[in-house]
Design a protein around this ligand. Structure first.
Ligand SMILES: NC(=O)c1ccc[n+]([C@@H]2O[C@H](COP(=O)([O-])OP(=O)(O)OC[C@H]3O[C@@H](n4cnc5c(N)ncnc54)[C@H](OP(=O)(O)O)[C@@H]3O)[C@@H](O)[C@H]2O)c1
Length: 257
């Protein structure tokens, strides 16, 4: 059986790329343990296919709680075949405005939580042909304005991906990362304001539209990616039996522009 038709734990499962990955796994007949901070979106997701989705509420910024969250996720169906570390946060801040709280939050959610989650789940993937996919970013290799911290967390995640791939290979556990370019999700709809700038609701809407347009124009294929396009690569990485330690880019040509 391929990993994507088994039981897969997905963090950041309620929205964007994580949600599209949930749908792809369900479409293939697999089961999902969905992780996000909780609330209506997570309960609704579980209720949508109760026999094949279990929800585990966890705030991954609280890294001390990650081992317990991982245990609850592993216990949810009693076995696990794959893990997708998809939850992530991005703060767009020019140098000079970057605060300690922001650095720590991005490190916790984007790097420490995926590492602790992988470590806890890896033990249960041994000998099952299991797989881990980390959701990184093209920014990990080509930093852009105002993304130094976010890009650094993703670059470190790439290194963690390779380190775990090396150490877990003897146990038959594969570890890969996907590096998306700009994907049309809530993450890109956060208005990027200058320090001290305050805008009306209409101006914010306009700012977000122009942000999306200028970002889309950077991609040679002329548009942002769709979450389901990235999910298709995640499924492939879960299932490719001779692929480990890879950083796989899907970015509409952004990296070669
Ligand atoms: N969109 C892009 O252009 C893009 C490009 C490259 C890489 N990525 C990466 O792709 C991944 C998914 O991004 P996305 O665009 O799909 O993001 P998104 O639409 O903003 O969704 C983020 C997901 O992460 C969860 N999440 C956020 N903070 C969390 C926390 N502290 N604890 C637990 N869950 C948390 C959210 O759930 P709740 O809010 O319900 O908790 C949500 O399900 C991220 O790692 C991101 O860095 C995105």
């Amino acid at each position: 059986m391929t990993v994507s038709r088994g039981t897969v734990i997905i963090t950041g499962a309620t929205r964007g790329i994580g949600r599209a990955t949930v749908d792809a796994i369900l479409g293939r007949g697999g089961k999902v343990v969905a992780i996000a901070r909780g609330g209506e979106a997570l309960s609704a997701l579980e209720a949508s296919v109760p026999d094949r989705i279990r929800a585990v509420a966890a705030d991954l910024e609280d890294v001390a709680s990650v081992p317990d969250a991982a245990k609850r996720a592993i216990d949810a169906f009693g076995s696990v075949d794959g893990l997708v570390n998809c939850a992530g946060i991005a703060r767009y801040e020019p140098v000079g405005t970057i605060g300690l709280q922001s650095i720590e939050a991005q490190l916790r959610v984007n790097l420490i939580a995926p590492l602790l989650f992988s470590q806890a789940v890896a033990e249960h993937l041994r000998g099952r042909g299991g797989a881990i996919v980390n959701v990184s970013s093209t920014l990990s290799e080509h930093v852009a304005q105002n993304t130094a911290v976010y890009a650094a967390t993703k670059a470190a995640l790439n290194t963690i991906t390779k380190g775990l791939a090396l150490e877990l290979a003897p146990a038959g556990v594969r570890v890969n990362a996907v590096l998306p370019g700009g994907v049309d999700t809530d993450m890109l709809r956060i208005p990027r304001l200058r320090p001290g700038e305050s805008l009306s609701a209409a101006e914010i809407e306009q700012r977000v539209e122009s942000q999306l347009e200028s970002l889309a124009a950077l991609h040679p294929l002329g548009r942002l990616g769709k979450p389901e396009e990235v999910a298709a690569v995640i499924i492939s990485l879960l299932d490719q039996t001779w692929q480990t330690g890879s950083l796989v880019t899907i970015d509409g040509g952004l990296s070669v522009a």
